[in-house]
Design a protein around this ligand. Structure first.
Ligand code: SDX
Length: 427
């Protein structure tokens, strides 16, 4: 039996259908509000509004729960590979051994990019931030590839495999270009993660020696970033998908949305914040006081979340890995100690407790990336590599469940109608 909620405004009234959820909040379907009342809802930042129904990821912000297709993130981080997780996010089920082997081999065969694309990287200044290079690289890839749209969903699987295979190559090439170092062709005898690490840090002049803790640590970080329901960059991907634009255009737009410091760019901003505290000689207490003084405009980067009103489950997992990996790089212990002290100071302060501000996925991740040898400006690129399966899955869900273009309305509060004023009568 369909449940409804009754809405009354003066002489206008209608029933909103309640859209049931497997877990978490249900939705009031406000379809008919405009046609019945002549008015619309206003919800800046979409704090109270769902854009879609989805079957991919579930987050319970109060309980600190994150599940991909029903599987708890803690179990996937413990047991899964990144490609196993990508398969799950994309297809809805964990792969059998045969399905995983086919998926891995398909990706292994597509890690190369067109030779002409290698010139693309030489066009960018070496000081370029790798996020615009990645976004441009994905659009350049689209000029060499068949780019599926909602009209040909059957080719989406091939495009997904191609993007999963080539984006790490793009990222590594962009990084090598910024260092003025030669790029390495992928070595398909390696695992997905090893291939990316070697293309990023290897040299054609010598074999690359892997460190298993680093390789598994990066794989867990990518697993933790694989999807996160309707965050800013994923909503951007779905918005672009709704226009009928192809997959590559939507993913490139997602990369650009992710680059903002309030979103994926926060992992870079956290390490810069920790370095500032260290180099200024400021105590964590003094820094927290600056954050609480709103005039400063300083945020505690890596803290707070629109959905999590509890500890981000990903941050807890990353923190455990940080201890392990940073032991390998004692030089980074200083920033980790500042981060732990900063967390303790903030979590004992009413300003953060009252606003339910806890460490999010970005608070410790940058420390691990830096300990792995990545420069600060590569951190958000690593976030994008992890998020890619989620973006693709959300693109597919958007185009296969709705053909309605996303076109939000507005509340107009500007000037009322007025007549033209000749320029000699202005001012
Ligand atoms: C990601 O959405 C996702 O799922 C994103 C993500 C994913 O996997 O895709 O989880 C990845 O983007 C994580 C978030 C990374 N960003 C940061 O760490 C940047 C710092 N955090 C803030 O910018 C902020 O917390 C946001 C953007 C993350 C969330 O902002 P909201 O939900 O819009 O909350 P808000 O800005 O309305 O803040 C509510 C209050 C305000 O104070 P009051 O006006 O009530 O006095 O909390 C304060 C804010 O000033 N506040 C902070 C703060 N975050 C919020 N104060 C100090 N430091 C902070 N970090």
């Amino acid at each position: 039996m369909t449940e409804t909620a009754h809405f009354v405004d003066g002489d206008k009234e209608l029933d909103f259908t309640k859209v049931r959820a497997t877990d978490g909040q249900f939705g009031y379907d406000v379809n008919g509000l405009l046609s019945t009342t002549g008015n619309i809802m206003l919800d800046p930042g979409f704090v109270n509004t769902a854009s879609c129904e989805s079957k991919i990821t579930y987050i319970d912000g109060g309980q600190g729960i994150l599940r991909y297709r029903g599987y708890p993130i803690e179990q996937l981080a413990e047991h899964a590979s990144f490609l196993e997780t990508a398969y799950l996010v994309l297809n809805g089920e964990l792969p059998t051994a045969a399905e995983l082997e086919t998926f891995e081999n398909g990706i292994r065969r597509k890690t190369l990019i067109d030779e002409r694309m290698r010139d693309l990287f030489r066009c960018f200044p070496r000081r370029s931030h790798p996020m615009p290079v990645l976004s441009a690289g994905i659009m350049a890839l689209s000029t060499f590839a068949h780019t599926p749209t909602s009209a040909d969903l059957d080719t989406l699987d091939d495009a997904a495999v191609s993007l999963l295979a080539k984006v790490p190559t793009l990222a590594a090439y962009g990084y090598k270009n910024s260092m003025g170092q030669p790029t390495l062709y992928p070595d398909n005898s390696l695992s997905y993660i090893e291939n990316f690490i070697r293309m990023s840090f290897g040299f054609p002049t010598e074999p690359y020696e892997f460190n298993d803790a680093i390789t598994r640590g990066l794989e867990v970080l990518l697993i933790l970033h694989a999807d996160h329901e309707q965050n800013c960059s994923t909503s951007t991907v779905r918005m672009v998908a709704s226009s009928g634009a192809n997959l590559y255009s939507a993913i490139s737009a997602g990369v650009n949305a992710l680059s903002g410091p309030k979103h994926g760019g926060a992992n870079q901003a956290v390490v810069e914040m920790l370095q500032f505290i260290r180099d200024s000689g400021m105590t964590t207490k003094e820094f927290v006081e600056k954050v609480k003084n709103r005039e400063s405009g300083i945020k505690l980067m890596g803290f707070g979340h629109r959905v999590y009103r509890n500890y981000d489950p990903r941050a807890a997992i990353i923190k455990k890995h940080a201890d392990k990996i940073l032991e390998l790089h004692t030089g980074r212990q200083d920033l980790l100690e500042i981060a732990k002290e900063l967390e303790e100071t903030a979590l004992s302060d009413d300003y953060f407790k009252e606003r339910k501000l806890y460490p999010n996925v970005d608070f410790y991740s940058g420390l691990i990336y830096e300990a792995m040898g990545f420069p600060i400006n590569m951190f958000t690129v690593l976030f994008a590599i992890g998020r890619l399966p989620g973006w693709i899955a959300q693109y597919r869900e958007q185009v296969s469940t709705s053909d309605k273009i996303w076109r939000p309305r507005q509340i107009f509060t500007g000037a009322d109608e007025r007549d033209w004023v000749p320029i000699d009568q202005r001012g």
